[in-house]
Structures are given as C-alpha cells and as structure tokens.
Ligand binder design. Structure first.
Ligand code: GZL
Length: 350
C-alpha cells in the first residue's frame, strides 16, 4: 500500500486505540501498537477500480465479480468508482486514485479512445493499470500492463453464423432477411466488434441490413429504438440486439406494436437475437424461444484480474491480452453448432 493510504489506515487505528475501542493489550505502548499495525497496513493492497457504469445486468455482475475478488479478508482494499457511462468521470476517478497513491488501477473503459493522457499520468506515478472488458486504443501498449475480456467480433460472428445456419435449415433465402441492429454504446469495443460481426456477415450472405441504431445497452433505450425502427420499416424480420437488456426492451416494443416475436420468420414472426446471457428474463425468453439465440459474454473478470495482479506482484509478466471463454445459447435444436475459422462452437441450452 502506498504511504498516503497507509497513514490514513494507521491514524484510524490510532484513533480507535485512543478512543479505547481499539484492540490493544495493556502492556503494549501506543507506539508499538501503531508500529505493529503500520506493518499490517503495509500488507494491504489498494486497488482503484474505475467501473464505467451500472447500465445493464452484465455490468452489475461484472462489478459484483470484482468486489468479491478484492475483499479485505483476501488482503485487498478496493476503491470502487462508478463512471455513470462518462469517460470524463472515469478520468477524474483515475486521477483521484493517483493522488491516493493506490497500488493498482483497474479500468473498465466506456469507450476505446481518449485514454493516453491519463494512462501516462498513472505510468508516471508508477501505478500499473489493468484493463477489463472493453479495450482502449492506446498509442503505446505499454500504457497498461494487461487486459482481460471478450472477443466481441467473434461473439458477433457466432450469432451471424447461427442466423445463417438456422435460416438455411428453414429454406429461407438470404435476401428475405430484413435486419435491424440495435447497437450498444457507440465507440465501445462491444459495440464495434458485434456490429462488425453482423455487417460483414450481411455483406457476405446478401442479407438486407437496413439500419444500425444505438440503444446504449439499456432496456429503456432499446424499447424506444425498436419503436422508432418500426415506424421507419414495415418489413423487419430479424432484430440483432447487442445486449440482453436492449433485447427485452425491443421485444416489449415489438409486442406492443402487435408483432409476434419468435423464430418462424416464414410465418411472419420477428426473430430476436442477443448478447450477454446474464439477465434472467432474457435467459427465460431464450428458453421459450422468444429470443432465438444469445452469445454469452462472460462478466466474471474478478478472479482473473486478481490473478493478474498477483502475477505482477510476484514480478511475473502476464500475457498482455487475456480472453475469456464464452458459449452460444439457443433452445432451437435446428443448429447444433457453428464453425468459425476452423473452430467449432457448440450451441447449448440456455
Ligand atoms: C461487454 C460489455 C457490454 C455488455 C453490456 O463486455 O462491455 O456492456 O454486453 C454492457 O450488457 O452494458
């Protein structure tokens, strides 16, 4: 732990002692007590965690995973800051962590660009930065120690491959697919990768990708965006939602407009596909076949980040980019798996 936080901890301990509620044996002098606890305070690793927000179930699960991994019992002091989806708030949080002389900074960046300056400040302060979830396009890869998260374009390719396999199994011609993409936060790695996965597949397969509009990864905006798209297009038959919360909102809007949500496109149903696999309602929809396919996005980064910090503490140089394994969920048995770049991804029941 750095000196600033150590002083705070020892002063609090000393205040407890002087107020008589500290745990000190009678023979021990105040100086011994402080010295002994100063050593204990020294052992605590302080981690400043700049989380981008609380916009979705995925994000909440990600925060919970970090908090469970960095507990006092395990020798950590986690300082959590919620950026409310704003990069400016995250930059302020990182600067605060630097002033507090934390031992490590963990950043879950809202968007990919605009981090060079503040990451340089952390490096100048000698504080290692670990990135989780989304990426940053730093000009110098040495501005962060390592990253753990998902391959978002692969997630998009998996869902697109599933759409291709399913519609071919149902003898639906590619040109009959009229798709809208309700995107996540524009400029976030998850949005960039998932959008690219679909757009490339639409071009290769001859699908009609009619619109890409951001729903900010929230249920409310997903509902509003779907309602607006239904006013623009009367032939939408596939809705690609870049996370479950937006899918739930979109389904509500579709049903409010009198549409039937399901996989039977030939009978006029509107197919909804999604990402994350964290929200229980979305998983229930997937079990019912209301959401046809969900690409898992694993939020449980806490243990991985802690392992990376412990590797750094022991002087190791961990792998720079660490990907998490992820599944593909569907209750429709027409597609058992998809092949991407020679790799088979099995489809599992949600
Ligand atoms: C993906 C993550 C995305 C989730 C959304 O790793 O960045 O942000 O897919 C979340 O649910 O809001």
């Amino acid at each position: 732990m750095k000196s600033f936080l150590k002083k705070i901890s020892v002063l609090l301990l000393a205040a407890a002692l002087l107020s008589g509620c500290g745990s000190r044996n009678s023979a021990q002098t105040a100086e011994d007590f402080i010295e002994e606890n100063e050593e204990q305070a020294d052992d605590i690793i302080t981690v400043g965690f700049s989380q981008l927000g609380a916009e979705s179930d995925w994000r909440s699960a990600n925060t919970d995973s970090m908090m469970s991994a960095f507990t006092e019992d395990s020798g950590y002091n986690l300082i959590y800051k919620n950026g409310q989806q704003k990069q400016a708030n995250q930059i302020t949080a990182i600067r605060t962590f630097i002033q507090q002389e934390v031992d490590y900074i963990v950043l879950a960046p809202a968007t990919e660009s605009g981090w060079d300056t503040v990451l340089s400040e952390a490096r100048e302060a000698g504080i290692p930065v670990i990135l989780v979830d989304r990426r940053v396009n730093a000009s110098d890869k040495n501005l962060f120690s390592c990253w753990v998260g998902s391959d978002f374009e692969l997630e998009g390719r998996k869902v697109a491959a599933w759409i291709k396999a399913f519609t071919e199994a149902k003898d639906i011609a590619p040109e009959e697919l009229h798709i809208v993409n309700i995107q996540g936060n524009l400029g976030s790695s998850a949005q960039i990768g998932r959008t690219r996965g679909l757009a490339n597949a639409a071009r290769e397969n001859g699908w009609d990708l009619m619109a890409e509009v951001s729903g900010d990864f929230t249920e409310t905006k997903g509902r509003e965006t779907m309602a607006a798209l239904l006013k623009r297009f009367d032939n939408v038959n596939v809705v690609y939602c870049e996370n479950d919360n937006m899918a739930i909102g979109a389904i509500d809007a579709l049903e409010s407009a009198g549409k039937t949500v399901g996989s039977n496109i030939a009978k006029g149903e509107v197919m909804v596909v999604s990402f994350d696999g964290v929200n229980e309602k979305a998983l229930e929809y997937a079990r019912e076949g209301k959401i046809s396919c969900i690409a898992e996005c694993n939020p449980l980064h806490g243990p991985r980040v802690r392992a990376l910090i412990e590797a750094l503490r022991s002087g190791e140089s961990p792998q720079k980019f660490n990907y998490v394994d992820e599944k593909l969920f569907s209750s429709l048995n027409d597609v058992s798996g998809v092949m991407i770049d020679g790799m088979e991804y099995n489809v599992e029941n949600p």
